[in-house]
Design a binder for this molecule. Structure first.
Ligand code: PHE
Ligand code: ZN
Length: 872
């Protein structure tokens, strides 16, 4: 709820990292007693509070939207308390007391989905980052660690399952139809890791025995009927538990591990101690309803949350500025896990694609921040691709500098040194430094400086020596006009043109603004392969001949470098085409080169199909726009579509053959079959650009014969994008069939919304307007809102409509959603905030929409921070 809805927005205070002070009071123990109800849950909290040395102030407890029903100190009514804004301030005479506070909450009215809320008749909590203060008054900061005892009681029919963190202690029932349960978590934890779930759920169960012999009971709780779709998540959990023992030496530390899937959830999932809560989309899967991409996402997110048990829970964060301590490290760990479970090269390419699509624009825009931010107004706005994905890249660079064994020595030392503590990013860096034997003094700038470094590479040759000159700049970002040089580890190889080989990869570590590296033994200019494996999250500028990119695309033995050469080839062509610099001859030459590498990739018998699929992906429109100071989205879109069309027609026979070959591969989860499915739809995508009627025919056949969601969704996506009138019937029929076939399955209906909002179809804007009025659309379910509007905001042709209708649609959404769920609403601001990097006419329209939002009264802190930063 937004209790400021009629007052103008007052800017929220700015919280600064430099202002950190240790807590004045600790709470070593807390006992919580919940009388559960969907509309009026009563909470009694008993806090054992202990004054920190040298502290003299009163006890200050955070609250948000709650009022204290009663306050007792050491069991007696206490009157020395007051409210200071939303904080409960209690004057206490001694150094140790028990404070008892009663609150009452209405979970059904909690549309923000933070704190205790209702979802489909069940009760659940979300406390990270600052949701616990919406349940009871508490020092709601991650450096206050407590042992939790939880009791809950409620109607047995409504809430047959009662869960919290740790171990079940006791339970019982009364003759009046109510029952109760007690839980105890022996591991001290910050309030953000507290969780409670009460509802009518069924469990899928399994067990895992840790390497020291602890038998752990595993359960995944879902709504009845969904238990047939938990197998993949359970497998991922067991694989993660084993992997963390083998790769990081980390064992699980409780006798049970519970996961609950909930349909209404702001984020992906949450690592509450012993009781992970998941968005259903990262748990439920079967071949008919989940794509291969969904399967991968489930594996990755289940692993991510499990890994938090060590990187996040056993060692937690001192304050929210240290968020990347747990998130960057845990993303790295889940990326490494997924690489080990499947294809490492394909995983690496996917991770870089995500970084470039989501983080690079953030780093070059008004919301740029270092992976360890210096200030915030609303911490929820800092769960970003920078903190998560760039944070992972920064730690990955440490692995490159140290090598796997020394890095492991560093993480062992980190876990050992800080187990049970609330630590800082600096603690992590120091432990890696000490454990791995690295000097990371200058490297620490990756924690301090925002912006994606640009490295310019020049390769020359004279006598028998090749010389590589590297220079770096880090662009100015808000609040950081001047930057210092970074430590940039670049895995590099020099290929001999004649043999097509290199004499071994080298790690070049760029530390100065400019540096040269000499390579003897070259009597002719070699071909440079740099930043192999994407060893550093930087942009490389290099005047490289088209022929060299063609060479690398065909010969590079580093799979990422091969992908990168193809991307470069296409990005360069498209950027030149968009700028109007391309002569007809140059255009023809560029197109021919791209066609030839595509043909070679299509014909290369040594490639597996999953990797082939990666190599054949066109660069995204956002990434192309990143290369241009002020992009014209419509010309980028037109040029990219033209390239797609050209590849579709030039290689038509190959696409047909590919589609036929892949169609013959039966469904399985094996890599070969997954590769075939990936290519099958890709073939349709290229054909749809050049020969829509033939593509529609093939897509319809693929749709009609699909025995799995990957094929069905791929075919529907292609059909939904075809604007040709003669294909309208097939398009509408397939969309109607899909909706009818999956009615009632929320996750699949989300896909139905997304496919239409993300479609290439010229009428997408109109379709989205109509879909917002569809009976299945609702503003109160974050998955549904994202399905429709995130897909739309990520659809450049629709979002960047020349008249600004796309911008207006997103601004209208933000204004409507903000009073319901400010956290989710704020996620839609960044697409509008990119206006400075867009051509002036559209930029003015985008800015005007931001100004319209800014002028609205009673904005949430979430939206107001993002909008004001985006305008500045
Ligand atoms: N900590 C969660 C994760 O990354 C993300 C999250 C943040 C979930 C805030 C909910 C709310 O694993
Ligand atoms: Zn996380």
């Amino acid at each position: 709820m937004n209790d400021l809805s009629s007052t103008p927005t007052v800017p929220a205070p700015v919280i600064k990292r430099a202002d950190y002070r240790p807590p004045e009071w600790q709470v070593p123990e807390i006992a919580l007693d919940f009388a559960l109800s969907l509309t009026a849950t009563r909470v009694r909290a008993d806090l054992k509070v202990v004054r920190s040395d040298a502290a003299s102030g009163p006890l200050r407890l955070d609250g948000d939207g709650i009022t204290p029903g009663s306050v007792l100190v050491d069991g007696a009514a206490h009157n020395d308390w007051r409210m200071d804004d939303s904080q409960l301030v209690i004057d206490l005479p001694g150094n140790r007391h028990t404070v008892t506070i009663e609150t009452e909450i209405d979970p059904t009215a909690n549309t923000q989905l933070s704190g205790l809320y209702a979802s489909n008749g069940m009760l659940c909590t979300q406390c990270e980052a600052e949701g616990f203060r919406r349940i009871t008054f508490f020092p709601d900061r991650p450096d206050v660690l407590s042992v939790y005892s939880v009791r809950m009681a409620g109607d047995k029919a409504a809430f047959p399952v009662l869960l919290s963190n740790g171990n079940p202690v006791a339970s019982g029932e009364h003759s009046d139809g109510t029952h109760w349960a007690e839980w105890h978590d022996p591991w001290p934890k910050p309030s953000y890791l507290f969780a409670l779930v009460a509802g009518d759920l069924v469990a899928s169960r399994d067990t895992f025995t840790t390497r020291s012999g602890r038998k752990v009971d595993l359960a995944i709780y879902v709504r009845a009927g969904d238990e047939t779709r938990t197998g993949h998540a359970m497998k991922a959990l067991i694989d993660s538990m084993r992997w963390d023992e083998e790769v990081y030496g980390r064992e699980y530390d409780l006798d049970l591990f519970n996961i609950v899937a909930v349909a209404d959830f702001n984020a992906g999932a949450m690592e509450n101690k012993g009781l992970n809560v998941f968005n259903t989309r990262y748990i439920l899967a079967d071949p008919e309803t989940a794509t291969d991409g969904d399967y991968d996402a489930i594996e990755g997110v289940v692993a991510h949350e499990y890994f938090h048990n060590w990187s996040g829970n056993r060692v937690t964060c001192r304050d929210w500025f240290q968020l990347s301590l747990k998130e960057g490290f845990t993303v790295l760990r889940d990326q490494q896990f997924s690489a080990d479970m499947g294809s490492a090269p394909v995983k690496r390419i996917e991770d870089v694609r995500i970084l470039r699509a989501a983080q690079f624009p953030e780093d070059s825009g008004p919301l740029a921040h270092p992976i360890r931010p210096d200030a915030y107004q609303e911490i929820s706005n800092f769960y970003t691709a920078t903190v998560y994905n760039k944070g992972a890249e920064v730690i990955r660079m440490m692995t490159v500098l140290a090598g796997p064994e020394r890095f492991r020595a560093g993480t062992d030392l980190y876990f050992d040194r800080h187990d049970g503590e609330a630590a800082t990013c600096e603690d992590f860096v120091k432990a890696i430094e000490d454990g791995a034997g690295l000097d990371l003094k200058q490297f620490r700038r990756w924690y301090e400086q925002a912006g994606t470094p640009r490295v310019t590479a020049t390769l020359t040759q004279a006598g028998d020596t090749a010389t590589l000159t590297l220079s770096q700049t880090v662009p100015a970002t808000p609040g950081q006009p001047d930057k210092q040089p970074m430590v940039i580890p670049l895995r590099t190889a020099l290929f001999d043109r004649d043999t097509g080989k290199h004499a071994g990869e080298q790690l070049l570590v760029l530390t100065e603004a400019e540096q040269s590296f000499a390579f003897p033994g070259f009597t002719a200019l070699p071909v440079l392969s740099i930043n192999r494996g994407f060893s550093a999250p930087v942009a490389i500028d290099m005047a490289v001949a088209t022929a060299d990119l063609v060479f690398l695309a065909a010969h590079d033995d580093d799979p990422f470098a091969r992908y990168e050469a193809m991307q470069q080839l296409m990005v360069r062509h498209l950027v030149a085409a968009v700028s109007g610099e391309l002569t007809e001859a140059a255009r023809a030459e560029g197109l021919a080169a791209i066609r030839d590498v595509y043909a070679a990739v299509l014909a290369d018998g040594a490639l597996d199909d999953l990797m082939r699929g990666e190599l054949l992906i066109l660069p995204g429109e956002g990434y192309i726009a990143e290369q241009i100071a002020q992009a014209d989205p419509s010309s980028i879109h037109a040029e990219r579509e033209a390239l797609k069309r050209w590849l579709g027609s030039e290689l038509a026979a190959q696409w047909h053959a590919l589609h036929d070959r892949c169609t013959a591969v039966p469904y399985s989860l094996e890599a070969a079959a997954r590769g075939a499915r990936k290519l099958k739809t890709q073939a349709l995508v290229y054909l749809a650009a050049s020969d829509p009627a033939e593509a529609a025919r093939r897509a319809k056949a693929q749709y009609d014969s699909a025995d799995n969601m990957t094929d069905r969704q791929g075919a529907l996506m292609v059909l939904a994008g075809i604007g040709a009138a003669e294909c309208d019937e097939a398009r509408c029929a397939a969309l109607a069939d899909f909706h009818a076939r999956f009615a009632g399955n929320a996750l699949v209906i989300d896909k139905w919304f997304s496919i239409q909002a993300g479609a290439l179809h010229p009428d997408t804007l109109k379709h989205v307007t109509a879909l917002a009025d569809h009976p299945d659309f609702t503003m109160t379910n974050p998955n549904r809102v994202r399905a429709l509007y995130m897909a739309f905001a990520a659809n450049p042709q629709a979002f960047h409509a020349a008249d600004g209708a796309g911008y207006r649609m997103i601004a209208d959404l933000i204004l409507r959603l903000d009073p319901i769920n400010g956290n989710v609403a704020a996620r839609f601001v960044p697409p509008l905030g990119r206006w400075r990097r867009i051509e002036p006419t559209r930029a003015a329209l985008m800015r005007a929409e931001l100004e319209r939002i800014a002028a609205a009264p009673g904005l949430s802190r979430d939206v107001s921070e993002q909008v004001s930063k985006s305008l500045n």
